[in-house]
Each structure stands twice: as C-alpha cells, then as structure tokens.
Design a protein around this ligand. Structure first.
Ligand SMILES: [Zn+2]
Length: 254
C-alpha cells in the first residue's frame, strides 16, 4: 500500500482499495504491506547507500533546478552529510547517477534505454521534509516481498530506470517489467483520483471484470459476461496472453 505521503493518502482510501479488490475477487498473498510501516527498512537502505557514497545532501530548490533546464546538474555532489552548516530539514538526499546507458527489456514495450545522467539527473531519495522517495520505497519493498514481475501502467515506465539503478546499488535482484498502456481522458490524462475520474463501478463486478478483459484485448467469450467474478478470473488466468496487450497499444496509437 503506497501510503508514503500521509496528508494525501488517507486510511479510508487504503480501505477502499482493498474493498474494491475483494469485490472483484482479487485477493492477495500474506499480509498487506503498508509503506507507512516501513520507514526503518527504507532508512537501512539509505544508510547502505550512504556508506557506498552513492548519495549526497542537496540544498537546491525547485527554482535552481528549473534554471538548469529541469535536469539536476549535480551541483551538490561534492557535499557530505556531515558537512558543517547542514541542518536536518534544510537538505534533500539525492542519489548520484552515472553517465552510462541503462537498458532493460520490457515484456510489452521491448528494449528500453536511457542515460540517467543526461535524461533524469541525480534523483531524490529522501525529501527535505523527511519523506522517503517513492523510488527508494518501492525498490526496498519489491526486494522484501520477492517480487518477480512488475506489471503496471506505462506512465511509470520512466521510473523503472531509477528503480533498476537502485536495485543494482543495493544488490537486489532485478524483476521483469511490463508496462501496459493506460486509459486516458480527453485531455490525455490517466484516469485517476487525482484527475477526478469516476470510481470503478463495483455494483456489477462481473461486468467490470469482463469489460477490463475486453479492453485488454484478451477476447473473452460472450457467455463469460454473466459468470461469477471467480469464474471470469479463472478464465482470464488460463487464457491470459501478454502479446495481445501489444495490440492494445496499436489501438491507442490510432
Ligand atoms: Zn543540489
């Protein structure tokens, strides 16, 4: 449960997500892991990065970085956490990236490559206000939960490079990645709470699941529409074909 940022993510939202999953017969293995309970694990990973001198304190603000063209230019790289004059709360912690091409094979999108230094820059691991970054948290959690496959929306594909980079620094195994196109609104925004999208219709879970399979190009048979959610999912597991998701992208491009 990605509840790193307490003011935005409420306890109610977390409950609603789990209720929606249950309603659709989507259950999870073991206990739900909450990022809000994982701060010690994130700090241990951060300590490790610090010992490796892979991180540094940064006092630049957003305006400074905008003036540098939006990509962090490594201004504070020579700084040390123990430098005099650095008070907690006055600096963020950034991860040093290298000037080399990082590549991975996406299960759907094929070969991906990026130069982290020129395209992303040294990125934040812990914010000035003390919050651990999403990138650090998910990498630590994925390793802890022994996640092998990460299938998610294409809006997150850019994060993969930073996550793979952190996995290598922390000697974690690298999972497989597959990024699926997401449904967008007229303005090209992902359907999400943030953009006030209508919530998932849970009054008819069978129809919701069936429509999802249709959208995902899995060609569910017509008579499945009226089946129980558990039967629809059973069919989906048996007939799930990742290559068909590539057709979905072609539809999106039209
Ligand atoms: Zn800086």
């Amino acid at each position: 449960m990605e509840d790193l940022d307490p003011p935005r993510e409420s306890v109610i939202a977390a409950k609603q997500i789990l209720q929606a999953l249950e309603c659709l017969n989507l259950y999870w293995d073991g206990e739900v892991l909450y990022q809000s309970d994982r701060h010690t694990a994130y700090q241990l990973a951060l300590n490790q990065l610090q010992e490796q001198t892979s991180v540094f304190p940064c006092t630049c603000n957003r305006k400074d970085i905008q003036q540098q063209g939006g990509i962090y230019q490594g201004n504070c790289r020579r700084r040390n956490i123990n430098d005099s004059g650095l008070e907690p709360g006055n600096y963020a912690i950034r991860c040093k990236v290298s000037n080399s091409i990082l590549e991975f094979d996406d299960l759907l999108q094929g070969k991906q490559s990026q130069n982290l230094e020129s395209e992303t820059g040294d990125f934040i691991i812990k914010r000035k206000d003390g919050l651990y970054s999403y990138q650090l948290a998910v990498v630590v959690d994925d390793a802890f939960q022994e996640i092998t496959h990460i299938i998610r929306g294409i809006d997150l594909i850019d994060s993969s490079y930073r996550q793979i980079y952190l996995q290598s620094l922390l000697s974690f195994p690298q999972p497989y990645y597959g990024h699926i196109p997401v449904i967008i609104n007229d303005q090209g925004q992902k359907l999400s709470k943030q953009h006030h999208a209508t919530a998932l219709d849970l009054s008819d879970p069978s129809s919701t699941l069936y429509q999802a399979l249709l959208y995902l190009q899995q060609n569910p048979p017509n008579d499945l529409k009226k089946s129980k959610p558990s039967d629809i999912l059973e069919w989906a597991i048996e007939n799930w074909q990742i290559p068909k998701l590539r057709n979905l992208q072609k539809l999106d491009e039209k």
